[in-house]
Write a new protein. Structure first.
Length: 77
């Protein structure tokens, strides 16, 4: 299990709720209805990555803190 750092760009968030639905142990809605990370380790890595990938506007970033590799969204080459 990698040590993941998951963040939400609230300026990009369109409140689709896909992340909250897919990983409710990690994401929740704030008082404005925007997604936020409230528990970095609230789900297995594969669930967090899948939830981040489900964001229709790519507002969620997931980085493997040990290697520094950005996992979601995949960096452009």
């Amino acid at each position: 299990m990698a040590k993941l750092l998951t963040t939400v760009n609230k300026a990009r968030c369109v409140m689709s709720g896909d992340c909250v639905e897919n990983a409710p142990g990690v994401f929740q809605f704030d008082e404005e209805g925007k997604s936020e990370v409230y528990n970095q380790s609230g789900a297995p890595d594969d669930v967090i990555i899948a939830a981040a990938r489900s964001c229709p506007v790519k507002a969620i970033t997931v980085v493997d803190q040990e290697s520094g590799t950005q996992l979601v969204p995949m960096p452009r080459k």
